[in-house]
Design a protein around this ligand. Structure first.
Ligand code: S3P
Length: 450
């Protein structure tokens, strides 16, 4: 298990791209596998999580070629999957396990989904209960309705279901199950979550219906139309560098070809509220997922409150936003984020522990954090808690700390962002990285607070 050592970094002045979006990559390979022919997926995330989904679909009889890094050719079999010979290992990936469970519930064979220690502690009753209402035969072998999951394929029927938690994974599990269910499956969500599943279903010409309450319906028996698809960069990976640049007065970063789906860009509005200058230009919506360039110019940040409907739009960015809070003047408050307690680790506890170790004053709330900035951070020996986003958020914190920061057990970074360490060292030693000489002019005016 490797350690990562970080020293205070010089001001960022760079133009970068980030790897393909993890959430969209999972969905792309799943839908392509169900389609009526081969699909070429470009910009596919090489993260361990997404490779778990690829390996799982291969185990279900789908041929998937990888002619070059980031490119997959998925040979869709018109919704025909075959029984896996062994259990399917979802590794650390909640998205793999939950979305796949939706698909497997409606097959005519049995399967067993297992995960690593972290995934085996994460709540699965949220998918088990509604899938059972659809007729699924699904058992959790863990003590608290946790993985491994044993799924005996069964005929499903559509239901109308209101999500009790704001979870795109749950919504997507039900929509995928709905593709194999008799009749109409409708999912309503009290607070909107990322809509990648809905968008990719539309792109693959699967009929969906939207009602006035924001409910989304799918219908069984639809074969997705195979189409090539290109995946934009992951805004959740870009987030680490965007915050790093935003918290350095005069720091300047351009991220190109990054996904700018509104259900994912809550971070940008928060950075504006904190005093950074943020501009974004959507350059391409051809493939339903908006993508373009984000430009951030840094400032002395000021504290903000992050809560309510904003939370699902930046749920994965809260660890790095907590670091931004520690670097900002005033008290930053994060609330309504109790979901952080059931991510790859209890992120509320992990953030509080690590920020305190670096000298920040932090109050842990049941559903969030109160972070008293701006403390002079000092280097420390920190645990990643086996959680990729904790590891990366605190690597960025190390860029602002006096002395050396050591993050233990950083192998987990590959879960979402292989290449993170390389980018970190390039930004810390800017020779060789492409720097911006002039601000591009095509960007829309500065994003205002939202
Ligand atoms: C994801 C949804 C979010 C997010 C996770 C990926 C997805 O989880 O935290 O990293 O791809 O649907 P929830 O839907 O459980 O909130």
């Amino acid at each position: 298990m490797d350690d990562l050592r970080i020293k205070r970094a010089p001001r960022i002045e760079a133009e970068i791209i980030v790897p393909g979006d993890k959430s969209i990559s999972h969905r792309a390979v799943l839908i392509a596998a169900l389609a009526n022919g081969p699909c070429v997926l470009r910009g596919f995330s090489r993260s361990a999580d997404c490779m778990n989904t690829v390996v799982a679909m291969r185990a279900l009889g789908i041929m998937i070629e990888q002619p070059e890094p980031g490119v997959l050719i998925v040979h869709g079999q018109r919704r025909k999957l075959s029984a896996p010979k062994n259990e399917i290992d979802c590794g650390n990936s909640g998205t793999t396990m939950r979305l796949l469970a939706g698909i497997l519930a409606g097959q005519n064979f049995s399967s067993r989904l297992v995960g690593d220690g972290s995934l085996s502690r994460r709540p699965m009753s949220r998918i088990i209960e509604p899938l059972r209402l659809m007729g699924a035969n699904i058992e959790a072998e863990g003590d608290q309705d946790t993985a491994p999951l044993r799924i005996t394929g069964a005929p499903l029927h559509g239901i109308k279901y209101t999500l009790p938690v704001a979870s795109a994974q749950l919504k997507s599990a039900l929509l995928f199950a709905g593709l194999f269910a008799k009749g109409k499956t409708t999912v309503e969500e009290p607070v909107p979550t990322r809509n990648h599943t809905e968008l990719i279903l539309n792109y693959f010409l699967v009929r969906t219906q939207k009602d006035n309450n924001g409910g989304i319906s799918v219908f069984g028996d639809h074969v997705p139309e195979s189409r090539d698809f290109s995946i934009p960069g992951d805004i959740s990976s870009a987030a680490f560098w965007l915050v790093a640049a935003a918290a350095q007065p005069g720091g300047h970063l351009l991220v190109r070809q990054v996904g700018l789906n509104e259900t994912r860009t809550g971070l940008l509005g928060v950075l504006v509220r904190m005093g950074a200058q943020v501009r974004e230009a959507i350059e391409d919506v051809d493939q339903v997922e908006p993508r373009g360039t984000v430009e951030v110019t840094g400032a002395h940040l000021k504290a903000t409150v992050i809560q309510g409907r904003e939370i699902p739009r930046l749920i994965d960015e809260l660890p790095i936003l907590a670091v931004a809070g520690a670097l900002a003047n005033g008290t930053t408050i994060i609330r309504h984020a109790q979901e952080l307690r059931v991510k790859e680790t209890d992120r509320i506890a992990a953030i509080a522990h690590n920020l305190r170790s670096m000298g920040a004053q932090v109050v842990e709330l049941d559903d969030g954090l109160e972070i008293h900035g701006r403390a002079p951070l000092h280097g420390a020996r920190l645990s990643s808690f086996g959680d990729h986003r904790i590891a990366m958020a605190f690597a960025v914190a190390g860029m602002f700390a006096e002395g050396e920061t050591v993050i233990q057990d950083v192998d987990c970074v590959a879960t979402s962002y292989p290449g993170f360490e390389k980018m970190l060292s390039e930004l810390a030693n800017p020779k060789g990285i492409r720097t911006t000489t002039q601000v591009i002019t095509s960007l829309a005016p500065s994003r205002s607070e939202d």
